[in-house]
Design a binder for this molecule. Sequence first.
Ligand code: BEZ
Length: 262
Amino acid sequence: MKNLNLIEVKGHDVMKKNTWDAKKYGKHAEFVPKLAFPLIELLGEIKGKKILDVGCGDGILTLELVKRGADVTAIDSSPEMVEVSKSKGIKALLKTVTDLHYNYEFDIVFSNAVLHWVPEPEKALKNIANSLKDGGIFVAEFGGKGNIRSIIQAMEQVFEENPEFGEFKNVWYFPDVNEYKELLEKTGFNVEYIELIPRPTPIDDIENWLEIFTNVYTSHLTKNQTKLFRSRVKELLKSRIYTLKNGWVADYVRLRLRALKG
Ligand code: BEZ
């Protein structure tokens, strides 16, 4: 078993990004923003505050921030998601967190379910720190150590069973508390709160989940290979994360934090 916490920096998948289908995301992944509403409570009073939402997706949480009276700028690396957010009246820009050039502009940076997709966590945190005014608040939640371990193990096994798929390379970054706390402090934050939270997450069907979230791993495969990948992963996971009573429940682990720019 390889270290699932490592990010690969070589190989076919590095320069590629997952592509996002906003319709499918809205239908089968609505749990992503829905389960993150408690994260908004970590922000405190936001009326009149300038907020940068890093990775707004289809804008569900962003709209909640706007509804509570904040002046929100949202960024996302997916052109489709940016268009969907704009169509909802959100000030959304096509930008990635590793390519931000804001200086002392925001009271708050907020991010949900995004930072595990970023292969340069230190650069991301430096850019977030630069974007904040002194004393600014950074609140985030994303996949932490052990997140979706069963799913990754099944994906890796399917790659091993099919050498023609190439080498399996984990592109996700799921740090533990100490590692991320250190990075936060190194990039100028005082950490008020940081916690790893196991959060078993009901999903409608693992095949939909795989289609939405793992296309970066299959973009080099043929249609038939992709079909085989998804059905075999599903078969392997059935005994691990599926029950008749509860359906599919993915083994999510969240890293949740609140930090202040020092
Ligand atoms: C998540 O933890 O939100 C996540 C991580 C990787 C793929 C999909 C979702």
